[in-house]
Ligand binder design. Structure first.
Ligand code: UDP
Ligand code: MG
Length: 347
């Protein structure tokens, strides 16, 4: 029998070989489990009726109890009124109204903090995340996945520039950071309760959710799907916002941009030293044609190298301070075998 930490209650003694089974062979059942949907909504009045039609139809056939937590992220239109209308109709639809627009990442975090389900699905309410995928997510979860995440098989609904910049971003991010972002995965996914608990514990304020989703680890299974155009309304992500989003992502998960300067300084130092040798030799062999030039060049080049090295060593310290103040847990435990609750905290 495999004990997962989420279900450890006075664990009965287990046979040694059984206790060594990997968590991946665990199969679960949706019977008696609950599903929480989290939908951040910003100026979505046109699409919400359609969204609830589609998602209600899908959830009705899944055979689980569910709640839909909608987070109104300071919309300027009638999104809140439409959400409350649906809440009146069905109390399983719950509404969190943020005091202003905090951005999708924060709205999503507010929703994740409020959910109670054993499985949690963040979803865009513009129907770009087809609700019909939730059934497949649950099947993957039943097969042992802790996270089943949607992967876009074609990005033809995106412009050429958006595709190109997205690809460049994934490449740069994965090269610079320790966590690997899966290509073409968004926030649309199903997460086991344990994963959500870990996400809630992450204290950082700069919440690049794609990165945090990858950082937590656990058994993650991709589910391919074609991403449609948004059903109505307009996207609120413009290029400037996306650029800032990319900067947030890279700076929260990589210290490369601040640490690179030591290496620039080192290379500049080597170049300065070779230039100095060359200039001195030439002056000795050919005489000093332009008085002052060799000595000036040597001073400028080595001064530049020293400055870069100094900035780089500051970078090394600032990077370490940054790691510390983020206050992320050092590690995440996925399963615990042979412990009972009294012996330690439950993940
Ligand atoms: N959203 C939000 N706050 C914002 C911007 C967007 O809650 O400040 C929500 C929006 O309502 C939608 C999701 O985030 O459900 C994705 O936004 P959008 O469709 O504009 O982005 P895109 O799909 O173009 O990346
Ligand atoms: Mg969208």
């Amino acid at each position: 029998m495999v004990q997962s930490s989420a279900s450890v209650i006075a664990a009965p003694p287990v046979a040694p070989q059984a206790a060594l089974q990997p968590a991946s062979v665990a199969t679960r059942s949706r019977v008696g489990k609950t599903l929480s949907i989290v939908a951040p909504c910003y100026n979505e009045q046109e699409v919400l009726d359609l969204f609830f039609d589609r998602i209600d139809a899908e959830l009705a056939r899944l055979g689980v109890d569910y709640e839909i937590v909608c987070v109104n992220d300071g919309s300027r239109d009638h999104t809140l009124a439409v959400l409350l209308k649906h809440h009146q109709r069905d109390p399983r639809i719950k509404v969190i109204n943020l005091a202003r627009n905090f951005g999708k990442e924060v709205a999503l975090s507010a929703g994740l903090d409020a959910v109670t389900g054993d499985m949690v699905v963040p979803i865009d309410c513009d129907l770009q995340d087809p609700p019909e995928l939730i059934g497949q997510f649950i099947e993957a979860w039943e097969g042992g996945a802790d996270v089943a995440y949607g992967v876009r098989v074609d990005r033809s609904s995106d412009t050429f520039v958006k595709r190109l910049t997205a690809q460049g971003f994934y490449k740069a991010f994965n090269r610079m950071s320790d966590v690997d972002l899966p290509y073409n995965a968004g926030d649309y996914r199903l997460m086991d309760r344990r994963v959500v608990e870990v996400l809630r514990q992450l204290p950082e304020r700069n919440r690049f959710m794609k990165g945090l989703f990858a950082w937590v680890g656990f058994k993650q299974t991709p589910i391919p799907y074609a991403r449609p155009e948004r059903a109505a309304g307009t996207s609120s992500f413009r290029y400037w916002k996306l650029w800032n989003f990319a900067l947030d992502g890279i700076t929260s998960f990589s210290t490369a941009p601040i640490r690179i300067w030591s290496y620039v300084g080192l290379i500049a130092g080597l170049l300065a030293a070779s230039a100095a040798v060359f200039l001195v030799l030439r002056t000795l062999l050919e005489g000093n044609k332009v008085p002052g030039y060799p000595s000036l060049m040597v001073v400028i080049l080595s001064g530049f190298a020293i400055q870069m090295l100094a900035i780089g060593s500051l970078g090394e310290y600032v990077a370490r301070i940054y790691q510390e103040v983020k206050g992320r847990p050092l590690y995440v435990i996925m399963d615990r075998y042979g412990f009972d609750r009294a012996q330690g905290p439950d993940a």
